[in-house]
Design a protein around this ligand. Structure first.
Ligand SMILES: Cc1cc2nc3c(=O)[nH]c(=O)nc-3n(C[C@H](O)[C@H](O)[C@H](O)COP(=O)(O)OP(=O)(O)OC[C@H]3O[C@@H](n4cnc5c(N)ncnc54)[C@H](O)[C@@H]3O)c2cc1C
Length: 367
């Protein structure tokens, strides 16, 4: 048992937790971060790194190109056999989460944070002058940062979001050479009844296919990944062409259930020492590709508060962005509205750019 009181304990070593460990350790605070996974691991994520996320990662010392980031300059919206392409109003990247999360944890360790891998935190209690967590033993600190992402810690469960019935999947693919060439530099968003999918280039000639699908649609295809892909290809000849001749890189896809899209933490006046960040503070629908920017932005804001001894942040800074994104996500799941959305985007080429701006962490908010 360690009886020392740390300045901060961080639960979760995703972008939110690792970034705050970097910032607090760099400021000279004693920081312990717990990450339940023992080593590098893939995560269900489209791996679209927005310009805001890239700016934060560079400020934390990451060299994105050295880590294998692929530039993304355009978005292509696909529905049925129709496609419409638009140049992104900002540079973006595709970067493996396995690589990125690991690089952030290394950066935190280099700055002096103690990183405890393969240790799951089981509970966290806030007292008058400290927080105490239970992991492989009790640990006490003056502040705790809750950054467990999609996973809720017992006693700190988030309420449901506005959309709770989607299942997320991710699979790496090797595309046929001519299809890989057509995908280069693009993130493709496929709208299909009951969900949407993102496809973009990944390192080493692979492509990342990440999608969310409503549970009833998943049930209808017998909860089988191969049948789900067939369903997508039947819905979209353009998508079928992209996947023709593709091979899967993993035996089975990664999956995640019950993501509370639209959740925004409303604050807890009783809490003085427990700071929520990343997906524990606010969850944006995935198609926006801004979850990592929110995770990093909230890590910078929360770390400032911990350093200044201020009360925890609530999610209001992200509420407008998340409301807009959630309304759009609800709309584009409906087949009739998908057709209208795809048609409008073709007729109004600037629309995708306007949507991109409305659903992002504003660049002027980056400290
Ligand atoms: C289908 C899908 C696609 C997405 N696509 C994109 C995209 O393209 N671009 C984008 O920017 N965002 C995307 N996101 C969102 C993005 O993945 C998240 O917003 C981001 O990962 C949140 O970071 P985080 O640090 O809060 O949590 P996470 O990245 O989830 O990290 C949390 C960490 O905490 C650890 N942990 C959990 N419980 C415990 C415990 N009890 N003890 C110790 N450790 C624990 C976990 O192992 C994990 O490593 C997507 C999300 C989904 C679901």
């Amino acid at each position: 048992m360690n009886s020392a009181i740390h300045d901060a304990v961080i639960v979760g070593g995703g972008p939110a937790g690792a970034a705050s460990a970097c910032l607090l350790a760099k400021a000279g605070r004693s920081v312990v971060l717990f990450e339940r996974e023992a080593g590098p691991h893939h995560k269900v994520c489209g791996e679209f790194v927005s310009v805001e996320a890239a700016a934060y990662l560079e400020r934390l010392g990451l060299d994105l190109f050295r880590l294998g980031a692929q530039p993304i300059h355009s978005v292509r919206l696909v529905r049925g056999s129709a496609e419409s392409s638009s140049r992104l109003p900002f540079p973006a990247f595709s970067l493996s989460r396995e690589v990125m999360d690991e690089a952030l944890l290394r950066a935190a360790a280099d700055r002096g944070a103690e990183i405890r891998r393969g240790v799951a935190v089981r509970s966290l209690a806030e007292g008058e002058d400290r927080v105490t967590l239970q992991a492989d033993g009790p640990v006490a600190a003056r502040a705790a940062l809750l950054a467990t992402g999609k996973h809720d810690l017992r006693g700190h469960r988030r309420p449901p979001g506005s959309i709770n019935d989607l299942i997320g999947f991710k699979q790496y693919l090797t595309l046929a050479p001519e299809q890989a060439a057509r995908l280069a530099g693009h993130v493709e968003v496929l709208l299909f009844p009951g969900g949407y999918a993102g496809l973009q280039p990944a390192a080493d000639g692979r492509a990342n296919l990440c999608l969310v699908v409503a549970k009833p649609v998943h049930d209808r295809v017998g909860r089988r990944w191969d049948r789900l892909l067939d369903h997508l290809c039947e819905e979209s000849p353009a998508f079928a062409a992209r996947l023709a001749g593709a091979t899967t890189c993993w035996e089975r896809p990664l999956s995640i259930y019950g993501i509370p899209y639209g959740f925004v933490h409303r604050g807890d006046t009783a809490s003085r020492r427990l700071h929520r960040l990343g997906d524990q503070l606010a969850v944006i629908p995935s198609f926006c590709g801004d979850g990592m920017a929110i995770a990093l932005h909230s890590a910078f804001l929360a770390s400032d508060r911990v350093l200044a001894g201020q009360a925890p942040l609530d999610g209001s800074a992200f509420a407008g962005q998340i409301r807009t994104a959630t309304l759009l996500a609800q709309a584009i799941r409906r087949p009739a509205l998908q057709g209208i959305a795809a048609g409008t985007v073709r007729l109004v080429p600037g629309l995708l750019k306007a949507i991109a701006y409305a659903t992002r962490v504003p660049q002027q908010a980056i400290p």
